[in-house]
Design a protein around this ligand. Structure first.
Ligand code: SF4
Ligand code: SF4
Length: 54
């Protein structure tokens, strides 16, 4: 199951800098994870509002 960013996202941008593959980008009002994601999970703990989930 791919990781995804929920509507809890406050668009802080922290996860963008955490992802080694550049697989996270702005997508409207929140951020989204692209198919480039290898599910390394580095971004999960970086999110201050726990918006990145399985
Ligand atoms: S799980 Fe890893 S590769 Fe996927 S978006 Fe998060 S940091 Fe990037
Ligand atoms: S770290 Fe969390 S709140 Fe910040 S942009 Fe990423 S998913 Fe959204």
């Amino acid at each position: 199951m791919a990781l995804k960013i929920t509507e809890e996202c406050i668009a802080c941008g922290t996860c963008v800098d955490t992802c080694p593959l550049g697989a996270i980008a702005e997508a409207g009002d929140i951020y989204a994870i692209s198919d480039d994601c290898t599910e390394c999970r580095a971004c999960v703990d970086s999110c201050p509002v726990s918006a990145i989930v399985d």
